[in-house]
Design a protein around this ligand. Structure first.
Ligand SMILES: [Fe+2]
Length: 355
């Protein structure tokens, strides 16, 4: 069993991550949390910020009532702020928001207002994923990852078409025209920048009517909403962005059908984002070592060479829903305009060397 308490080496880990964010003595930092936040992360953040000489304060909100009768996990869209203007104003005025909310503010409606800043200055935001500190320690941000992710984002931005194939039968095509491209390497240094720890992935939110084909989930692929390795083979038919058929049998298939249908919302079946993992420190097998309460699964979104397919909300396509699946797949070949960036689950090194 993993114990959650202050360990000196975990303060070191927070200090390293925060130094990579280029915080200086005297910088103002808001440690944002809610009543259901993981306490040890808040304490580690405070102690590390004290070492840096930052002026830190805590902003703590009560965790709100659930928005739906269905459990919601790993959406990256915290509703802890509830649109409160005084909270947004306080966060807008700091150098860095250290986001320790359960879900994180990555897709929260208040984020734009916070990043707009105050008095001519804009904050940056680092979301600390709701993981046991041991996971954060293993996936400590590394400056070497930044150029790799930046280069992958440039390639994604320049491409017209992303395709994915696998020996299991995946054969998917995504039109990237009008897509919004994102990428995270685990820290943020510039005003208005957003990052999460663990980081190390690039992704695209495709425009409407962009995605079609077959996505085959195989044993060992992961459903991160359930924090569960799949043991069944599940073939998803995707037509015009939407999963229109779920073929397979077994508990994994039943769970996915059940959760999707519980939303009663067609948008939950649509593509949210597509991308691939680039972080060599993040491990595919990590989920085997932790209880569900110990992890949020961000490590498995970032492990190098995964293809990450996600369903649910996609602002670019004008779809809004709380139903969300993040599905990292192994052993896929991902190509951009016919050139492989991931070959059978391995990041193509030559592509990254040309940065
Ligand atoms: Fe997602």
């Amino acid at each position: 069993m993993l114990i959650e308490r202050i360990e000196a080496r975990w303060i070191d880990a927070f200090e390293t991550a925060l130094r990579l964010c280029e915080l200086k003595e005297g910088d103002s930092v808001a440690i944002l949390s809610e009543s259901q936040s993981r306490r040890v992360l808040i304490d580690l953040a405070e102690l590390a910020l004290a070492r840096l000489g930052c002026r830190a304060f805590h902003l703590v909100l009560p965790s709100p009532r659930p928005r739906a009768s269905v459990p919601i996990r790993s959406t990256g869209a915290s509703d802890a702020l509830g649109g409160q203007i005084p909270v947004i104003r306080a966060l807008a005025a700091v150098t860095l928001v250290l986001d320790c909310t359960v879900e994180g503010l990555l897709h929260a409606p208040e984020l734009a207002g916070i990043l707009a800043g105050a008095d001519g200055r804009r904050p940056r935001l680092l979301m600390v994923s709701n993981e046991h500190p041991e996971i954060l320690e293993r996936t400590l941000p590394d400056a070497a990852l930044e150029p790799v992710v930046r280069h992958a984002m440039q390639r994604l931005r320049a491409a017209q078409r992303l395709t994915v194939r696998s020996a299991q039968g995946t054969d998917l095509a995504v039109d990237l025209a009008g897509a919004r491209i994102g990428g995270v390497w685990g820290y943020c240094t510039k005003p208005g920048q957003v990052a999460h720890w663990p980081g190390g992935l690039c992704l695209a939110f495709p425009a409407r009517s962009s995605t079609r084909g077959t996505l085959v989930l195989a044993p060992g692929d992961v459903n991160l909403t359930f924090k569960r390795y799949l043991r069944d083979r599940i073939a998803l038919t995707i037509e015009d962005d939407y999963v229109t058929s779920i073929d397979g049998s077994g508990l994994d298939v039943d769970l996915m059908r059940s959760y999707w249908s519980a939303w009663g919302d067609r948008a939950a079946y649509a593509v949210s984002h597509v991308g691939w993992g680039l972080n060599p420190r993040a491990r595919w097998d990590a989920l085997a070592f932790y209880d569900k309460r110990d992890c949020n699964g961000t490590e498995l979104r970032a492990f190098a060479g995964n293809f990450l397919y996600s369903t649910g909300a996609n602002e670019v396509a004008g779809r809004h829903t709380l139903g969300h699946f993040d599905l990292p797949l192994r052993n896929c070949t991902v190509t951009l305009d016919g050139v492989a960036v991931v070959e059978e689950g391995v990041v193509v090194e030559g592509v990254e060397e040309n940065r």
